[in-house]
Each structure stands twice: as structure tokens, then as C-alpha cells.
Design a protein around this ligand. Structure first.
Ligand code: TMP
Length: 213
């Protein structure tokens, strides 16, 4: 039985997460490794309901920053217990479209929650659990948001001002620089170049994982 790993794709809106995930899936298939894919917030029935609440721009009352923070972690707790951990225990690989680093970047960086608050809530929810590899797709907010805008209507978070996304990106970069399990991919390059970088980095990770087992 193979040893499953948790691989996360991160980045601001318009960074190209969806097509990056397709590259990761293809590489796993080339190695005949079984996988599931998830997204955050979401990935279980209850967590998907929380996703709808958190993304909707049509609430008749303000969604407070505290509500947003707690909903992200509530959704993560459901996903971890009901999908991620069971799949890893069965030896499957798990591809995550976002995980805890998103909260650190959006709520910690964007909303400016204190690091101590962020660490505590992560500890309560995740109890030390962390991805084996994160591919962070780095792109300027200007470039990313223009791609997101071209896709259509913006959700509640996507409607934030550009300064918000600068704080999010700064936090992503700051954390990525101090954590060797996070690989930064320049997502501002042409798509084929970005995808080739992802393929190379991820293939290297798989090879070293298989060699060590
Ligand atoms: P997306 O998956 O389509 O990018 O939408 C998820 C949105 O939720 C995106 O704007 C980022 C945001 N988000 C947070 O603010 N904190 C989190 O912890 C997560 C997982 C997502």
C-alpha cells in the first residue's frame, strides 16, 4: 500500500489553482497513485454549506470578520475529520485546493488577525496536522484579480479592495519564506512555463517520497 501525502495548492484569486490541480492530478496518475481531491472552505456536505455562507455577497447583514474566521475553521474541521484523515489512513494521496495557509494569509494577513489568535485557533482545530507539500502560486493582485474579474461575478471576498489582496500576498510570501514544505511557483509567467515548473517540483517530491518508503 502506498503512503498517502497531503498536497495543497494555494494562491490568491486568479493565480491559476484549478489548472495547477489538473497538472498535479496528471502526475499522480502517471505514478499510478490513488488520490482524492478536496477544496476549502468545502469538501463535505456541511462544509460546502459553510462555503456558500462565507462566499455569498447577498447577506442582509454584515458578516463579521470573526464569523468569517470561525466558519473557515469550522469547515476545515469537518473536512479534516471526514475526508482528509480517512483518505490518508487508507494510503491515498489528498490534493487540497487551499488549506490552513489560506486562513493565515486571508484572515491573518488580509483581515489582520493577530498571529497568536491564528496559531491558537489552528492548534485547536488541526492539533499539529499540516500538509506534506504546499505549492504556492505567487502572482500580483493586479494580475490575479483581472483574471478573476474576467471569469465573471465576484464573490464577497473577491470584492475586497486591492490593498486587502496585497496584505494577503505579503503574508503568503512571508510564511512561504520560512517554511521549507512550501514551494513558491511564479504564477505570473506564461501558463505552459508555470505548469512545467509545477510538474517538475511535484515529480521530484513524489520520487523522494517513493524512495524513502
Ligand atoms: P476559492 O476557493 O474559489 O478561491 O474561494 C475561496 C475564497 O475563500 C477565497 O476568496 C479565499 C477565501 N478563504 C479565506 O479567506 N480563508 C480560508 O481559510 C480559505 C480556505 C479561503
Amino acid at each position: 500500500m502506498s503512503i498517502g501525502k497531503f498536497i495543497v495548492i494555494e494562491g490568491i484569486e486568479g493565480a491559476g489553482k484549478s489548472s495547477a490541480i489538473e497538472v498535479v492530478k496528471k502526475v499522480l496518475e502517471e505514478y499510478n497513485l490513488e488520490y482524492i481531491s478536496t477544496r476549502e472552505p468545502g469538501g463535505t456536505k456541511l462544509a460546502e454549506s459553510l462555503r456558500d455562507i462565507v462566499k455569498s455577497a447577498d447577506h442582509c447583514e454584515t458578516v463579521t470578520q470573526e464569523t468569517e474566521l470561525l466558519l473557515m475553521y469550522a469547515a476545515r474541521s469537518q473536512l479534516l475529520a471526514n475526508r482528509i484523515l480517512p483518505a490518508l489512513n487508507e494510503g491515498k494521496w489528498v490534493i487540497g485546493d487551499r488549506h490552513d495557509l489560506s486562513s493565515k494569509a486571508y484572515q491573518g494577513g488580509g483581515r489582520q488577525f493577530d498571529d497568536k489568535v491564528m496559531d491558537l485557533i489552528a492548534e485547536v482545530t488541526l492539533k499539529g496536522f499540516k500538509p506534506d507539500l504546499t505549492l504556492y502560486l505567487d502572482i500580483s493582485p493586479e494580475q490575479g484579480l483581472s483574471r478573476a474579474q474576467a471569469r465573471g461575478e465576484l464573490d464577497r471576498i473577491e470584492q475586497e479592495k486591492i490593498e486587502f489582496f496585497h496584505r494577503v500576498r505579503d503574508k503568503y510570501c512571508q510564511i512561504a519564506a520560512s517554511d521549507s514544505s512550501i514551494i513558491t511557483i511564479n504564477a505570473g509567467e506564461e501558463m505552459p512555463v508555470v505548469h512545467e515548473n509545477i510538474r517538475q517540483q511535484f515529480s521530484m517530491f513524489i520520487k523522494s517520497t517513493l524512495e524513502n518508503n
